[in-house]
Design a protein. Structure first.
Length: 286
């Protein structure tokens, strides 16, 4: 699985705690000062929603399981450790973290992953009547933004959300969110294909290089490769592979940042898990 940040950079894969380490961090956090029994937490909002209810509604487990998360010192609100079950918060304005990973607590926010088939246009409406993303949304009425546009012939992972701030950050070059593709190409790869792509290639619209590249399979007259890059330029993967002499026959995006396509069936839409949403927040500094 590809890292969703450059592992050499601060916050990259080598520096980022895994789930077990997060749980350990959360346990250690319980040793920090929390509100004393009977003392209101700094995060407490009179008239707010009980924290365990917010956690349960965010998909962290049953109400009782979420109470245990709080008692174990694994939950923070706006930077304050919370261990009192009576704590109430405003889920629309306060930030909640479990094992250092932020969770989405706003009920109106939607986070979806879609496995786009070839032939579907990456827009919500198409003036030419072609199939587009809205055809797969059913009766949803939210105004959704799609993140990670794919050309019509390319298949694979697209994210959709009504979280404008997250959407903007995921699309912004500053955050360098990597995308991983599986490509079936014509011909056999040259011996220097990987080194050329990693060193960078000059295209019509500028210099581009890939972060990772590997040969997955090879048969007479055809190869399958996997590559990861940060660039979001139009048809950049197709242009890079054509430049090294291996035109693309089929292209699938299998990962966008921390979100993997995995076994999701083509044409299917699914809601992201709370930890997946948290990893997206983390990837863009939210």
């Amino acid at each position: 699985m590809s890292p969703y940040r450059d592992p050499r950079a601060p916050g990259g894969r080598q520096n980022r705690p895994n789930r077990k380490q997060r749980a350990t961090t959360g346990s250690q956090a319980s040793q920090r000062r929390a509100a004393a029994p009977g003392e209101a937490s700094d995060a407490h909002v009179s008239g707010g929603v009980r924290l365990q209810k917010v956690l349960a509604e965010a998909g962290l487990g049953s109400r009782r399981a979420c109470e245990q998360l709080i008692l174990d010192g694994r939950v923070e609100v706006d930077g304050s450790l919370v261990t009192e079950l009576g704590t109430r918060i405003d889920p629309e304005t306060q930030s909640v973290y479990v094992d250092t990973l932020r969770i989405s607590t706003q009920k109106t926010k939607v986070y979806l992953a879609f496995n786009k088939p070839a032939g579907v246009v990456s827009t919500m409406k198409d003036p030419d009547g072609r199939k587009c993303l809205s055809d797969y949304l059913g009766d949803r009425t939210e105004r959704l933004f799609h993140v990670g546009r794919l050309d019509t012939d390319t298949e694979g992972l697209i994210l959709l959300t009504n979280d404008g701030e997250l959407s903007n950050r995921l699309a912004h070059p500053r955050y360098e969110i990597p995308k991983t593709y599986l490509a079936q190409v014509k011909g056999q790869l040259a011996k220097d294909a990987s080194s050329r792509l990693k060193a960078g290639i000059e295209l019509d619209d500028g210099f581009v290089k890939v972060d990772e590249f590997k040969l997955v399979d090879s048969t007479p007259g055809r190869s399958v490769v996997e590559l990861t890059l940060h660039s979001g330029r139009n048809r950049v993967v197709r242009r890079l592979l054509k430049e090294i002499g291996n035109p693309v026959e089929r292209l699938v995006r299998i990962q966008f940042g921390p979100i993997a396509l995995a076994e999701q069936r083509q044409g299917k839409m699914r809601s992201l898990r709370p930890d997946e949403v948290g990893e997206l927040f983390e990837a863009v500094g939210l």
